[in-house]
Design a binder for this molecule. Structure first.
Ligand SMILES: Cc1cc2nc3c(=O)[nH]c(=O)nc-3n(C[C@H](O)[C@H](O)[C@H](O)COP(=O)(O)O)c2cc1C
Length: 207
């Protein structure tokens, strides 16, 4: 049993979403998560999905040949997909950034979402995920404001986007949302943090 923890906040020990993921994972029964690998999407090791990767992505679909540089890059893209596939469970912790996810998380998603390698298309032209194969992904999401529908001017692209992408890839998605995370006094912030950590602990323990 192995779990990949995908960490989207760059704040490390000061991140609430990372602390919640840690709490969730620490409380989970060992049999449910096994060995946990922590992976920050902010690592410099990440494949940069730029010009060559964008051209390499469509080359076979257009009947074109990939250049040697594109082939080399593409082998790294496929290696990342296979690395993700090798885990039994994913945990994705992420803050909301400008109503969506931090760009580093989106950049990693741009690497792992690939036709033929992580999804295919059925006879009706619909996307069918082949990466998740029904395995679980736990989303742990934080945001400053409340996106509970009480404010017409606040639109949430973080939760629906992540739920859509991981469902499309074939994962079984569970979501924990912590909001609103902004509190104006240190005492209120500490209270919020404790209550949130407890909620994450309970969710982890119930796996
Ligand atoms: C660059 C940036 C953009 C943000 N954009 C939003 C936003 O659009 N909506 C929101 O409710 N909170 C926003 N926030 C607040 C964070 O989502 C919130 O503080 C969250 O709890 C941080 O989680 P973390 O400590 O794990 O990084 C933003 C924070 C940063 C740093």
């Amino acid at each position: 049993m192995t779990t990949l923890w995908v960490e989207a906040s760059p704040k490390e020990e000061l991140s609430l979403s990372s602390a919640l993921a840690r709490s969730f994972l620490d409380a989970a029964p060992a049999a449910a998560v096994g060995e946990v690998e922590r992976f920050s999407v902010w690592t410099d090791e990440m494949v940069v999905f730029g010009r060559d990767a964008a051209l390499a992505k469509f080359a076979p679909l257009y009947g074109e040949r990939r250049t040697p540089e594109q082939k080399q890059l593409w082998s790294k893209v496929l290696a990342e997909i296979e690395r993700v596939r090798s885990f039994d469970r994913l945990v994705v912790s992420s803050p909301m950034w400008n109503w969506h996810v931090p760009h580093a998380l989106k950049a990693w998603i741009d690497v792992i979402v690939q036709p033929m390698a992580s999804f295919t298309v059925n006879e009706r032209g619909e996307h069918v995920g082949t990466l998740g194969d029904g395995r679980p992904v736990q989303l742990i999401l934080t945001r400053s404001s409340a996106y509970d529908g009480s404010r017409y001017d606040l639109q949430d692209f973080q939760r629906p986007y992540l739920e859509y992408v991981f469902t499309m890839l074939g994962y079984r998605v569970e979501t924990l949302v912590f909001e609103p995370t902004t509190r104006w006094t240190a005492e209120e912030r500490a209270q919020l943090r404790e209550a949130a950590l407890e909620k994450a602990r309970r969710a982890g323990a119930s796996l």
